[in-house]
Design a protein around this ligand. Sequence first.
Ligand SMILES: Nc1ncnc2c1ncn2[C@@H]1O[C@H](COP(=O)(O)OP(=O)(O)OP(=O)(O)O)[C@@H](O)[C@H]1O
Ligand SMILES: [Mg+2]
Length: 331
Amino acid sequence: MNPTTSTYTLDIQGLRITLPGTARPVLDGVDLHVAAGETVALVGESGSGKTLTSRSALNLLPPGATVEGAVRVGGRDVLTMDADQLRALRTSTLAMIFQDPRAAINPLRRIGDFLVESVTLAGGTSRADATARATELLQAVGLDGSALRKYPGQVSGGMLQRVMIAAALMGDPALLLADEPTTALDVTTQAEVIALLAELRERFGTGLLLVTHDLDLAAAVSDRVYVMYAGRIAESGPAQALFAQPRHPYTSALLASTPRLEAPGGRLAAIDGRPPDLRQELHGCPFAARCPLATEICGRRTPEPLRAPGLPNHRAACHHTDRLEGSPVDA
Ligand SMILES: Nc1ncnc2c1ncn2[C@@H]1O[C@H](COP(=O)(O)OP(=O)(O)OP(=O)(O)O)[C@@H](O)[C@H]1O
Ligand SMILES: [Mg+2]
């Protein structure tokens, strides 16, 4: 890799995706990057475009999609790669962890064969080297070498997700994409898998793009967060600052509607209304119809994701970010 091409492992710029039969782009001007070794969370309601954004890193987009903008992984443009180049990318630079591990593994193959073949089929690695690496990685994810001889049906869902994480690390990727990697697991196992991802990041320096609608999870593990709404980035910033001092009314509303463990029985504020339908053209801010701060300009002009006042690394696409409670300009 040419180190001068990009300092980002993943660098998405101005990504706009239009699907057939829709009135507006499903992703509209998404900018997102993950630096080397960074953990970045992508959060937002169902249908906001999180999966499409993460899959763009593999150029895995729906048939008929029209794509504008740039998607670079390790400085290389993935939107122009052919199938062979994408396959090579997937066995080296980038790996994906899926939501449901049982759907992503052949139940008739032993776990060891699955791990080993994930790298040997691409060539360049011997079976002995791959087996040694698989054993080491199984230990790193808290399993012992005996798992190599088992079939997927003989281990629990949590163990299988650990196997998938080990599989993702087999090619020593610079970037892991994890789209809701813990939703198929019980709460205790979720916590273990997440702790494991954080530990592996420390150990192997792997960048992680974590797609989730669990804000507590995003707050617990990520360095930075992107909040998506209706195919756009509503807000982005350092995780701590973004959750402590959201600069977009949508982020505030999401945080207010999240069940918090520390306040059992507390009232949950649901966000009134629904995100705009893809068959609907949009004028102005996509959140305006649901926003408590909306004024005339919000229905007329689309807000750009601008730097929040006083917060250099924090951006919010809102005309009224300065009217949010706790705003630095209020102080
Ligand atoms: N293959 C497809 N064909 C048509 N529409 C699609 C396709 N894939 C996604 N969409 C639409 O694109 C929008 C964004 O989808 P996406 O799957 O990225 O959302 P998401 O944020 O991942 O949601 P969830 O939290 O439910 O996984 C949705 O409105 C969805 O219906
Ligand atoms: Mg999704």
